[in-house]
Design a protein around this ligand. Structure first.
Ligand code: SF4
Ligand code: SF4
Length: 298
């Protein structure tokens, strides 16, 4: 049951974090126009179960006027509205109030701020912390997104005390190119299910300015500029999707078997395996996998 729509307002970001699973950077393309947001909201209103629209990226505050107008339109359409940001703009308390006050007036239900070692290292006094303090002072509902770097420890519960990876980094996107070194790996046939996404009945999806409807980053249910969002949602059937069907039946291992793909023997985790296999299928299924930039291909 679809309850949340996450608009990737832009793929562009002032940062270029090693763990970014959308491969965002200052050079990224793909930003929503206000007109596109209105089109999408008209469709969103037809989906009775939908209650929340998030605006994220990339860095949504880079396109501040469009962000504000988009939230205003979402609120007028009757949705809760949330934002995800790295708070790069938070240089001084008085200035932060200027950025955040309109959000108070619009009645947003969540301001999620990324604050972790990937974004600001060990700095305690950083823009995220400053933005959080001012947001709380203004009475905004604030959340924090904190991604820990990978750690390695022994799993005493397992037979041979196998190494396990701690932290909550997802090994997709740039993380696969930047963060795998030295991490333990597992045999590909172990990866028989997707543990994170409900591919048969997604509760939330991400949509980019190209129209891709991401059920997981880089897997598109359909293109909303070709097929209206309400139809994409209503007609969703994972069994007819060439990537989701094998993933539901047997995880990335099934994807490998189904398409007879050359592959490594071992991967760091299930998402690493899934991402690498999908990347090698990109040219075969460009309408279901993409855009190429989230696979690090410009
Ligand atoms: S993780 Fe967030 S802040 Fe970092 S590059 Fe990606 S979108 Fe930007
Ligand atoms: S990368 Fe694959 S295994 Fe990981 S959450 Fe996404 S669909 Fe599931």
């Amino acid at each position: 049951m679809l309850t949340g729509l996450h608009l990737l307002l832009t793929y562009q970001c002032n940062s270029e974090c090693d763990h970014c699973f959308l491969y965002c950077s200052p050079r990224s393309q793909g930003t929503f126009t206000l007109n596109q947001i209105h089109t999408l909201l008209d469709e969103a209103r037809k989906i009775n179960t939908l209650n929340t629209i998030y605006f994220e990226g990339g860095e949504a505050f880079l396109y501040y006027p469009v962000l504000i107008e988009g939230i205003k339109a979402a609120r007028e359409a009757g949705f809760n509205a949330g934002i995800v940001t790295n708070a790069y703009f938070a240089t001084d308390d008085e200035d932060i109030r200027l950025w955040l006050k309109p959000l108070v007036e619009l009645g947003i239900s969540d301001l999620s701020i990324s604050n972790d070692p990937y974004h600001y290292g060990d700095e305690k006094e950083n823009p995220a912390a400053r933005a959080r303090n001012v947001a709380l002072e203004l009475g905004l509902p604030v959340g924090e997104i904190h991604i820990d770097e990978p750690t390695i420890s022994k799993d005493e519960d397992r037979e041979k005390g196998e190494a396990i990876i701690g932290g909550n980094t997802m090994f997709r996107g740039r993380a696969v190119d930047k963060l795998l070194e030295g991490l333990p790996t597992r045999y590909w046939e172990d990866f028989t299910e997707c543990p994170y996404e409900n591919l048969e009945s997604p509760g939330r999806i991400h949509i980019d300015a190209y129209g891709n409807t991401h059920i997981c980053q880089g897997i598109s249910m359909g293109n909303v500029w070709q097929t209206p969002l309400s139809v994409v949602d209503d007609s969703w059937d994972a069994t007819t999707h060439p990537i989701c069907d094998p993933l539901v039946k047997g995880g990335p291992a099934q994807l490998i078997r189904e398409y007879g793909i050359d592959h490594e023997n071992e991967y760091v985790d299930v998402c690493h395996c899934c991402y690498q296999i999908r990347k090698s299928l990109l040219h075969r299924f460009p309408q279901y996998l993409g855009p190429p930039q989230v696979y690090g291909l410009e």
